[in-house]
Design a protein around this ligand. Sequence first.
Ligand SMILES: [Fe+2]
Length: 416
Amino acid sequence: MTIEALCLRLPRRTRASPSQSDPLRKWGYARIVIPVCDRYPMIATTATAPSISLAAAAGGGNLLFRQLFDAATGTFTYLLADVPSRQGVLIDPVFEQHSRDLSLIHELGIELVASIDTHAHADHVTGSWLMQEATGCAIGLAAVARAEKVTLPLHHGDRVSFGQRYLEVRSTPGHTDGCISFVLDDHAMAFTGDALLVRGCGRCDFQQGNAHTLWASITEQIFSLPDSCLLYPGHDYTGRTVSSVVEEKAFNARLGGAATERDFVGHMENMKLPHPHKIAEALPGNMRSGKPREAQARPAWAPVQRSYAGLPELAPAWVSAHQQELTILDVRGPEELEGPDGRISGSLNIPLPELDQRHQEIPTGKPVVVVCHSGSRSALATQQLLKAGLSQVANLRGGLSRWNAEGYPLTGATAL
Ligand SMILES: [Fe+2]
């Protein structure tokens, strides 16, 4: 098949080239899917300029890997990035954890090329649409799911590329008919969604689930991987985070050891599980790739970004441009305000040790931006004000030190 013919089969926002090695040729051909982000600027890499070594953050290797967890739904989200190019992909993001995931991507300076889901989840809403809005990344999901907003409709044998690395797409239906697993190019890791869990597997009693199909998916597509391949599931509810092919072949409670397809199907068809309580909300949301209904969309009071430490922060540029609409609260000691570091003109001073008793002095009706020398004491002050009931409050990212470094004025500054 020619490059042109392949391109014709791909959506507008992707480019393709023929596969160089094709271990999955029995299904036709392996497309290399390279997400192209042409609609939004890459704010993920500009909001916080890369200032740390991604190689060091990756532990010295050329692949960064992070496993994230949503405790409310027991869902794992995975971030993978190619160190030399800083390009990354996010697997199975959770809507409610969007700001956490985005802040990690910002802080590591990763250029997110795609947010990809293993299936249309029934227990939580994906964060993929939010991530596309924030970074311009592509949204990937199995094409058979036919969800809206998907820009990378994925098929068995596709490859999702990020820098020099890629994930193979393997079709693993049975939990749903659109389940896919992502296998790292060197077969060292696989992300199995709900097809295979640690010592278990996804249920097969709704969303076109089928136990016979799931048996075939796991035994042919996952257990065919090397025994040493690490398996990262979509969920766990008891603190287990990773498994391996060799372990699951031996010990999986439903299909490991000597279990046959008949044993497995007999187990799955008699589980009598309760209906998932969030399915009525989650499935329609996931069929929009996590885009909220218009009525739910509320403009934020400011482009607040939550740091990976969990703190709402604003960039100096935005604070400077909106200074007249804000209360700038400086929580340094009075001697610092009169010292060589200077102060932001018009700021209100309540030293951090006095904030608990004096926060009623902060004028109401205006959002509050908290500042100190480096952003450390103001971080604590921001948390105190949030606890005290203020809703529109954020920390100045990097404090007055960064404010000054970016060229914004300080009254009386001689030292910063
Ligand atoms: Fe699921």
